[in-house]
Design a protein around this ligand. Structure first.
Ligand code: B1M
Length: 213
């Protein structure tokens, strides 16, 4: 079995210590951090997701797998970061109200920090008012909303409305993402940009902060 499969298999079983060792071994072997993330850790999480959907695994197993995923990802963080990049802007990020999924949000944050952005992490279960209040108080150029549940996606529309109400809509860009979110939904609610993955989210946020998009 190659090392990426081993990472995926052990992540699915929630063997955090082994996952950490394997990720370190892959790094030491000179493997690209993005490949380890996408073909090892994220590939494993996709399988966990399928099994979760089919009632083959349940919340405790998923949580243990998520912990293993986070431990592996923490080793990749410095490698995904571009060294010596000056902060090129400030954004706030959170998972929307009612939604506790944070793995994707944390990856987006990691990639954004890697691109030199200053990221204010609001955590999970974040209401529209908190995003907007933070953007005003902390002078953020971008508000980033993540949602994993179809039932919590409407909070993103509330964020857009709240920003309009506060009079900052022309000053702050609003980005949306997460598995159930789409380009069509982004346009429907009047947000500025949907991106399907963490890396493209970071690229777009940098472009927004630099005013090149
Ligand atoms: Co939940 N869960 N979960 N879960 N869970 C899903 C999302 C689900 C699809 C599983 C399924 O049925 N197949 C389903 C949602 C169905 C739906 O609404 N359509 C679901 C459900 C139903 C639930 C509960 C309701 C289950 C229950 O209790 N009955 C419950 C809800 C709790 C709540 O939030 N209120 C629940 C609970 C949980 C756990 C706590 C057990 C755990 C979360 C642990 C944690 O996050 N700390 C969990 C997990 C892990 C999952 C799955 C298995 C994996 C999600 C994940 O982390 N993926 C998931 C099934 C699946 O997705 N296959 C599932 C990996 C992550 C890297 O991907 O977050 O999509 P993702 O992020 C990507 C991109 O989307 C993008 O970048 C990331 C990487 O490239 N991205 C952005 C994310 N945010 C972005 C923002 C951007 C741009 C890009 O711009 C701002």
């Amino acid at each position: 079995m190659d090392i990426l499969n081993e990472i995926s298999e052990n992540m699915q079983k929630g063997k955090a210590k082994i996952v950490k060792e394997l990720v370190q071994q892959a790094i030491d072997d000179g493997m690209d951090a993005k490949v380890i993330l996408e073909q090892g850790l994220l590939a494993g999480m996709n399988i966990v997701g399928e099994k979760f959907k089919n009632n083959q695994v349940f919340v405790p197993e998923v949580l243990i797998a998520a912990r293993a995923m986070n431990m592996g990802a923490s080793l990749l963080k410095p490698l995904l970061a571009e060294s010596g990049v000056e902060a090129s802007g400030r954004v706030c990020i959170g998972t929307v109200k009612g939604d506790l999924h944070d793995i994707g949000k944390n990856l987006v944050k990691m990639m954004m920090e890697g691109k030199g952005l200053e990221v204010i992490d609001l955590g999970t279960d974040v209401d529209a008012e908190t995003y907007v209040k933070t953007a005003i108080e902390q002078n953020c150029q971008v508000i980033c909303c993540s949602a994993l549940l179809t039932t919590t996606m409407p909070v993103m529309a509330q964020v857009v409305k709240e920003a309009e109400k506060a009079g900052i809509r022309d000053k702050v860009k609003i980005m949306v993402g997460g598995a159930p979110v789409s380009e069509a939904f982004c346009q429907q609610i009047g947000a500025d940009r949907y991106t399907p993955d963490a890396a493209s989210a970071a690229d777009v946020a940098v472009a927004f902060c630099r005013g090149t998009m």
